[in-house]
Design a protein around this ligand. Structure first.
Ligand SMILES: NC(=O)c1ccc[n+]([C@@H]2O[C@H](COP(=O)([O-])OP(=O)(O)OC[C@H]3O[C@@H](n4cnc5c(N)ncnc54)[C@H](O)[C@@H]3O)[C@@H](O)[C@H]2O)c1
Length: 396
């Protein structure tokens, strides 16, 4: 992999939206980063949708495959929201989705640009393969609609930067589909750490060891240029949680990984295992492994996120606190519910109220930056700093 033509990219990062209408703060969430490599944040709140409180929000969706269909059902459950347009290239998927929301009487599209040219939608969900997220979400925002975009928000630093600028310049809501922190137990576990219940967080030990494989009938998952590799396509859920716990992004990563077991379907070029060490600052570290080669009947597979602090630890997945002195207890379970349903409801609340969502464009960018940092460390077989990544850029 080669670095992007990065002077331009860096200038964009440093000057993103700095005109009078769209001034951004150059704020660093990570103290160890020098100002020259800071990450722009948003100023102000988005405009609310201009709608009577009891009027329906009209919603379109692009991409109704596996994930899009699940999210479509969640949208359909939200009161005062109507699915008025459904778009997919795949006729079978389109027909199935149209059937699910038939009572909303949606219009079907094969071309998302035609959907955006219509006057049918106020909000659009982007549920397509990863390499399409940034161009589609940017087109949605520039057409004047609010957007919910699946993770990863983009698979290169240039598009991450463009997404932040577009949100700032259009004043629209952009929510990224890292839905876990919206619901229990993740919400309560992160809050427990921030409330000091384990003292200072020091070490996160985490893993996602998948048994079984990605669906072979969906080719884009297996091509790094389309999915961003498994580190962008899947692990951004974990990176979002690490960033939330340590309130920033890592200063550097060391990593190693490869493809040793899974070579089907033919042409597959994504890693089937890798490991990362992320440094978030003094005594703030993550050790993370991610693989698709776990054995179903063997122990220690699945997801683990343990946060060890000066006064105890939190099991994020189980929502349990283990104090150094005292008995284990559950974290506060609020808010409960299916994380996707809660996230989708939150998006429509933000659209009505004119608020940036919990998993906003900044959080989406920062999760993807961790993935690109790790990917570059794996590709180059050396320690890579966030400062270097921001200065030079990188692409899956
Ligand atoms: N947040 C989560 O927990 C979660 C879970 C699973 C997947 N995802 C993400 O959701 C996205 C979709 O994943 P999936 O498993 O549904 O994949 P999928 O291949 O099943 O669905 C993608 C759909 O997009 C359609 N599509 C492709 N190009 C299009 C275009 N130009 N215009 C219109 N439609 C187009 C395809 O025909 C397909 O129906 C991915 O980015 C994935 O990473 C997120």
């Amino acid at each position: 992999m080669t670095d992007q033509k990065s002077d331009l990219s860096r200038r964009h990062l440093l000057t993103a939206g700095m005109g009078a209408a769209s001034a951004v703060l150059l704020a660093s969430g990570c103290q160890a980063l020098r100002p020259a490599a800071a990450r722009p944040t948003l100023t102000g709140q988005p405009q609310p949708l201009d709608l009577a409180p009891d009027a329906d929000i009209r919603c379109g969706i692009i991409g109704v495959g596996g994930r899009g269909t699940g999210v479509l059902r969640a949208i359909h459950n939200v009161p005062k929201v109507r699915v008025t347009a459904v778009c997919d290239l795949n006729q079978e998927n389109l027909d199935r989705a149209m059937g699910i929301v038939a009572d909303d009487q949606p219009t079907a599209f094969g071309d998302y640009q035609q959907m955006l040219k219509s006057d049918l939608v106020d909000t659009v969900f982007v549920m397509t393969p990863c390499y399409l997220h940034a161009p589609m979400a940017i087109a949605v925002l520039e057409s004047g609609r609010h957007c919910y975009c699946e993770k990863p928000m983009a698979i290169n630093t240039r598009d991450l930067d463009r997404m932040v600028r577009t949100v700032q310049d259009t004043g629209k809501v952009l929510q990224v589909g890292t839905q876990l922190p919206h619901a229990s137990p993740w919400h309560g576990a992160i809050k427990a750490v921030h409330d000091g219940e384990i003292g200072e967080p020091v070490l996160i030990h985490a893993q996602r060891h998948n048994a079984g494989d990605l669906p072979h009938h969906i080719p884009w998952f297996f091509k790094r240029k389309l999915s961003g590799d498994t580190i962008l396509e899947q692990a951004v859920h974990e990176f979002d949680i690490f960033n939330a716990i340590f309130k920033g992004v890592p200063t550097q990563a060391s990593a190693s990984g490869g493809q040793a077991v899974l070579f089907d379907p033919p042409g597959r070029d994504i890693m089937d295992h890798y490991g990362l060490i992320l440094d978030y600052g003094k005594n703030q570290r993550v050790v993370y492994t991610h693989s698709w080669i776990a054995i179903p009947k063997a122990p220690h597979g699945g997801r683990v996120e343990m946060v060890y602090g000066t006064k105890g630890c939190v099991d994020v997945e189980a929502g349990m606190i283990y104090p150094r002195d005292g008995e284990p207890r559950k974290v506060n379970p609020e808010p409960a519910g299916d994380s996707t349903q809660v996230a989708v409801q939150n998006f429509f609340d933000c659209v009505r109220q004119g608020k940036h969502p919990l998993t906003d464009v900044i959080r989406g960018r920062d999760g993807a930056l961790v993935a690109l940092l790790g990917l570059k460390a794996i590709d180059t077989n050396r320690v890579v700093t966030m400062q270097e990544l921001l200065a030079k850029g990188y692409s899956a």
